[in-house]
Unconditional design. Structure first.
Length: 309
């Protein structure tokens, strides 16, 4: 009989972060394609107002059914402000731009998010810009720039649409920084519902004044795009986004937006038949390397006191 003491080995815990990141990137990238389909058959302001209102009502109804803890008055106000930046302005301006730019280029412009976010995070949030992060951001810019240069040389995207998309980019960067600065403490699930509802309420008068219901072209693809935008975009993708902001930080979480251009162009080619060449995908190499440098944890500094028994 063995007299050796039994040793219980600790169970390895499943790391869900890679799965969360993958799902977020796929949902966020495909939302550009669903948005392009949506604005083809429906005025963007009507599409977004209906999307946000439905998503907000569904989220808050589920929260009420589950009897989730309510938010404080401050958190409700914070999430409402975030809804204006991250939903109403970001997507309102972005979808207006999508009427005259390709889905691939729309995703491309918004992918510059990490650069501006990193600079503002260093300024307002005290996030340290190490040489590795700077190198990673520069590689991301290089990869996206290669894709932009080629796309612009063969594309027919309008300057008007590009300007709206750039304004959309500024809105999502502002929303990212505001989330970290204001730091709401309540449930992200309920907060996402407040964001959507606030954005929908704000957009309704603009949709009523600047859009015509008669311009809607009923179609199966419009219904499919709308369903995806409500459940995959407004509900799940935004919930994952705010989770990544909490666990990764503003700079690291935003770095994953560098993956959006190749994914959006791939989806646009598969679903919409948008033109994609092999040279477009070459930009993925520096993008992936850049994300690795930005998100890789810093090495722990060696302890001067040595190891403890």
């Amino acid at each position: 009989m063995s007299l050796a003491p039994s040793v219980s080995l600790p169970r390895s815990r499943f790391n869900a972060l890679p799965l969360t990141i993958t799902l977020f990137c796929l949902l966020w990238s495909f939302a550009f394609i669903a948005g392009k389909i949506g604005v083809t058959d429906c005025p963007p302001l009507i599409l977004l107002a209906a999307r946000f209102l439905l998503a907000g009502i569904l989220i808050l109804a589920i929260a009420a059914f589950r009897r989730d803890a309510s938010l404080s008055a401050r958190d409700v106000a914070v999430f409402a402000v975030l809804g204006l930046a991250n939903n109403a302005l970001y997507l309102g301006l972005g979808y207006t731009g999508l009427q005259s730019v390709s889905a691939g280029l729309g995703g491309l412009i918004v992918s510059a998010n990490p650069v501006f976010t990193a600079a503002l995070a260093a300024l307002f949030l005290g996030e340290r810009l190490t040489w590795r992060k700077v190198a990673g951001l520069l590689l991301g810019i290089l990869g996206v720039g290669l894709i932009v240069w080629h796309r612009m040389s063969v594309g027919t995207d309008s300057l008007h649409g590009i300007l709206f998309t750039l304004a959309s980019l500024a809105s999502i960067v502002a929303g990212t920084i505001l989330f970290k600065v204001l730091a709401p403490k309540g449930s992200l699930w309920i907060g996402n519902g407040v964001q959507n509802l606030a954005a929908g309420v704000v957009l309704v008068p603009f949709a009523y004044g600047f859009a015509d219901v008669g311009d809607i072209v009923p179609s199966a693809r419009l219904v499919a795009a709308f369903v995806f935008l409500v459940f995959g975009g407004s509900i799940l993708a935004y919930l994952l986004w705010f989770h990544l902001l909490k666990v990764c930080g503003a700079t690291a979480a935003s770095a994953y937006h560098f993956l959006m251009p190749p994914l959006a162009m791939l989806f646009a080619w598969m679903v919409l038949g948008e033109h994609v060449e092999f040279r477009d995908l070459l930009g993925v190499v520096p993008v992936v390397l850049g994300i690795y440098l930005v998100t890789r944890p810093a090495a722990a500094a060696p302890s001067s006191q040595g190891s403890k028994p």
